[in-house]
Design a protein around this ligand. Structure first.
Ligand SMILES: Cc1cc2nc3c(=O)[nH]c(=O)nc-3n(C[C@H](O)[C@H](O)[C@H](O)COP(=O)(O)O)c2cc1C
Length: 169
């Protein structure tokens, strides 16, 4: 039987997290390892992350960037800010590469019983200022990591029909 791996089939993005769940530092390290081993153009690995676990100062500062824009993410076990860097005038695949690294992190999280919701609703300029993320680096998404909060569910998720994925024949 050809079936999608349960790691992908079971992945979904909660819009609310259990504010008491604690993510282990080893779990965060596994997610960073997953990012580290993602493929990238010319093996440039043009990604970097800011990682905060609830209770630490970095998490508080990341929450400050999400507050008022993505309040559902406040209190997630971990918050991660993902950035990419461009280099020279080569074709720019860095944003693509960061997406791949984040996908790796999400699947690794799933394998450890965690969930991730990526979000662009945060203060991007504030992120630059707060963490000194200057060009050629660009902050892209934040990730809320943890276990789903009460009342959240994967119900209602939809996708385009598979036929729309191959419009050119
Ligand atoms: C780049 C990116 C930005 C996103 N921004 C937000 C956001 O600002 N707020 C939000 O609630 N969800 C955000 N999401 C989550 C998507 O809405 C979600 O992944 C999509 O609806 C599919 O649901 P699923 O991940 O459960 O399959 C974002 C996802 C990605 C990849």
């Amino acid at each position: 039987m050809n079936e999608m791996t349960p790691l992908l089939a079971g992945r979904w993005s909660p819009r609310g997290f259990d504010r008491t769940h604690v993510v282990g530092s080893g779990q965060i390290e596994c997610m960073l390892q997953a990012a580290r081993w993602a493929p990238s153009a010319m093996n440039r690995q043009p990604w970097a992350f800011v990682v905060g676990r609830r209770g630490d100062r970095v998490h508080e500062r990341l929450e400050g960037l999400a507050r008022g824009l993505s309040d559902w993410a406040l209190g997630a076990s971990a918050l991660v800010l993902a950035a990419y860097r461009t280099e020279g005038d080569e074709p720019d695949y860095a944003l693509h590469d960061l997406g791949g690294a984040v996908a790796h992190m999400s699947v690794q999280a799933e394998a450890m019983g965690l969930h991730v919701r990526q979000f662009a609703g945060y203060d991007h300029e504030g992120a630059r200022t707060a963490f000194g993320i200057d060009p050629p680096w660009t902050p892209v998404v934040m990730l809320a990591v943890g276990i789903p909060g009460p009342g959240t569910s994967p119900a209602g998720r939809e996708r385009k029909p598979i036929g729309e994925l191959t419009p050119w024949q």
